[in-house]
Design a binder for this molecule. Sequence first.
Ligand SMILES: *Cc1c(COP(=O)(O)O)cnc(C)c1O
Length: 495
Amino acid sequence: MKYISTRNASHAVSGVEAILTGISPDGGLFVPESFPQVSLEKIKEMEEMTYAERAAYVMGLYLDEFSEEELLAIANRAYDRFDDEDACPLTKVDDGLFVLELWHGPTFAFKDVALTVLPQLISSCREKKGEKMKTLVLVATSGDTGKAALEGFKDVAGTEIMVFYPDEGVSDMQKLQMITTGGENTYVAGIRGNFDDAQTAVKTIFTDPAVAEELKEKGYVMSSANSINWGRLLPQITYYFSAYADMLSSGEIKEGEKVNFCVPTGNFGDILAGYYAFKMGLPVQKLLCASNINNVLTDFFNSGEYDASRDFHKTISPSMDILISSNLERLVFEMVDRDGDKVKELMSELKETGKYEIPLSVIRRSFGVFSAGFADEEETMESMYNTFDEYGYVIDPHTAVGLSVYDNYLMITGDQTPVVILSTASPYKFAQDVYEAVGESRVEDPFKAVKKLHSLTGMEIPNGISALETAEPRFTDVLKKSEIKQKVMERVEKA
Ligand SMILES: *Cc1c(COP(=O)(O)O)cnc(C)c1O
């Protein structure tokens, strides 16, 4: 399988190259040349497989430079680190309503599903290519990617990792998780600004030939752990198939029956993986794109206009506080029939004017699998309360955005298709807000909130959360955007 750039469809590279570089030199993102098909029989076979086996199978369809055994070893090492035997268990909450728990990994958010795999893929790609240079991984995070990437790359030979998060845009727990990380090859800093500022700054460094040249002299090549990297997106395709196989095996659906997936969305990576699963033959009726009040994607799907020039809101679902959804570029590439020049044009329009447009007729006609909605802060709180009240089931604010959008969708359409809500984080990562929603009052101290939430719900507290209470912060830098590049250079100087 070759990978082509969304901004130049004639630039094709191998999977190894796509994963090692993260982003195409022309600023585009790598997408597979075609989508391998998975038959219904094969999906049925997955019923008997472990999660790691399912993952190795799906990844094998795209990475022909890797042997089956190699991918299985990678997947086993990754998913052995999860605290649930199934890695990504599916919980039935009500008739026709399922929650796919994607937060059983080492850092308690769905980013672990891919970031326990990506560092291994990068190491292996380095070997396959005979790469002598060290790999410098730069990460912009809205909160969860940072910690998951740090845990994944910590002390991995031949790599350095630098993480930049919006100083005032992450939860207390997310920040503590990041700044207390160990490891010799790790660096973390806050950025004055929001996630979009951090992501844009990092992307600019990535595509600056002068930076690449300077790094090369110091013996480094850059890569990305953000979902712009194909190696990040690929492992996420698996859980859509996995959820479907689990529904088949429990007799909830019949072979070939369509299901809906509802996905709390920020950078459009998670839901894009669902779209790719659909393109590969998974029986999907609807992919519901759920946003918080940073609802630029809702407007896009409902009007055709992507307009990022609007007020940015800080919300209780901070990992979705994003106005420039990087991965939408991959969907837009499909929307313009894989015309790289057109994508390039639209993306420079976005850069210059903050907006671009896709004819609504195209979205309605060929991309009707998507439906989009958003939940405001009050609806998100209500959704956490109602879900606990009705089902005794606790969800985090991101998952609550998803459930709220689904409830609305159901009310408007009456669509009785079974639905899988993707649950993207453990409630304990956002304990103050979750406790405020389901408990008696707000508790400001995050660890007191954790304990109260536990007493109220009985839900087990992950060790990694309790341990943060006494962990020492190691990283205290807060940088201006303009200082990031300098820090990167200093770091490779020192390392
Ligand atoms: C990253 C994240 C999201 C959004 O996922 P995207 O792939 O960026 O759309 C949603 N919820 C949580 C908890 C996250 O960490």
